[in-house]
Design a protein around this ligand. Structure first.
Ligand SMILES: Nc1nc2c(ncn2[C@@H]2O[C@H](COP(=O)(O)OP(=O)(O)OP(=O)(O)O)[C@@H](O)[C@H]2O)c(=O)[nH]1
Ligand SMILES: [Mg+2]
Length: 344
């Protein structure tokens, strides 16, 4: 069997479009998020080599909140695909980088595909692909999946990666106290997992204490890391140290989440340029109108009224039109061909 390539990314960024273009299959695509709800598999050949592609459901973070996100997270973190292809939307790269950073931290090998380059060009958004690759420490490719532009470069990059011996990804760096707490945990986790796992990632997740992720971790390892005596002791010390440094339990996971957001912001500032300064003025204005307290609540109330009106009497108008149309259609049909011959 060939290499397994997993397509991961935020919802609605074109993962299934890439999957369909490469495999010739027809995964459901459409312009709204959450279409792919389970892993779809297909194969493709390039230069005599076979690859197995896995189209994952979209997710915003590896700290999953929904069933689909859990499916994607567990696959990326525990199924060991040979390469994760992280698909991003070029028109809102900063938001997408949050997940990309988490994927790079968790996976063994990653290629980042910045999709919708056509839309970015229309909005005069310029992305420094080389600079992005340098910042992330992984290969980055600009693609327009809908036109099948740039897809071949995925395979060329895969072949280049095969030639390189070492695939060590850049380590993601958290803020000082979290880093020190990870350092306190590392020896115990390394020992418990016999050095066979991504120790730093496991340590950060133990500090993060997302119960859902810890359950998946236990299922994957076949034992509970937090119940290992050495790990439990080190974890207690690390959490106490963080508490002294002013990090309550909730603040630890907030600090971890904030680290990804800050880094995504830094990278985006360095690598994305906007030709039009007010490229998203319309979106921001609509955002403000619909989400501010002053206007948001009245708009929501009016919309609820509209829904009530449609449910109670508004729907009668189209149904009346339909019934009139059918009634006249029936009479016409009767006069043209339905009358008994004697009366014609
Ligand atoms: N303009 C443009 N649109 C694209 C491109 N790639 C995909 N799309 C469109 O983006 C929308 C979403 O594509 P999908 O492939 O369904 O996205 P997805 O990431 O699989 O979405 P989920 O399964 O919901 O996570 C569709 O309307 C595609 O036609 C592209 O390169 N350019
Ligand atoms: Mg999809």
């Amino acid at each position: 069997m060939g290499k397994v390539l997993a397509l991961a990314g935020n919802p609605n960024v074109g993962k299934s479009t890439v999957f369909n273009a490469l495999t010739g299959l027809k995964q459901h695509t459409g312009n709204w998020p959450g279409k792919t709800v389970s892993n779809a598999r297909g194969t493709c050949d390039y230069n005599g080599r076979q690859y197995e592609l896995v189209d994952l459901p979209g997710c915003y973070s590896l700290m999953a909140h929904s069933e689909e996100e859990e499916i994607a997270r567990d696959y990326i973190c525990f199924a060991h695909p040979d390469v994760v292809i992280a698909v991003c939307d070029a028109t809102c790269l900063e938001r997408n980088l949050n997940l990309v950073l988490q994927i790079i931290e968790a996976a063994e090998q990653v290629i980042v595909c910045v999709n919708l380059m056509d839309e970015a060009a229309k909005k005069q958004i310029h992305i420094d692909i080389k600079g992005l690759s340098k910042e992330l420490g992984v290969p980055v490719i600009g693609i327009t999946a809908r036109e099948e532009i740039g897809l071949e470069r995925i395979f060329l990059t895969l072949q280049q990666m095969e030639k390189q011996k070492s695939h060590k990804l850049l380590a993601f760096v958290y803020e000082g106290p979290v880093e020190r707490a990870i350092g306190m945990l590392e020896p115990a986790v390394e020992w418990a997992t016999k050095g066979e796992e991504n120790t730093r990632w496991f340590c950060a997740r133990l500090l993060d204490a997302n119960s859902n992720l810890l359950d998946s971790m236990e299922e994957y390892l076949g034992y509970s890391l937090v119940e290992d005596a050495e790990v439990a002791g080190a974890l207690k010390e690390a959490v106490e140290y963080l508490a002294q440094a002013g990090y309550s339990k909730e603040k630890i996971s907030d600090a971890i989440a904030a680290s990804y957001i800050r880094r995504a912001e830094q990278i985006s500032r360095k690598t994305v340029q906007y030709g039009k300064k007010d490229y998203d003025r319309k979106d921001r204005r609509l955002d403000w109108i619909f989400t501010s307290k002053k206007t948001g609540f009245p708009i929501m109330f009016l919309m609820l009224l509209l829904v009530f009106w449609i449910t109670i009497c508004g729907a009668n108008y189209p149904s009346q039109l339909l019934s009139d149309g059918l009634f006249w259609g029936k009479i016409n049909w009767y006069w043209r061909c339905g009358r008994p011959a004697s009366r014609r």
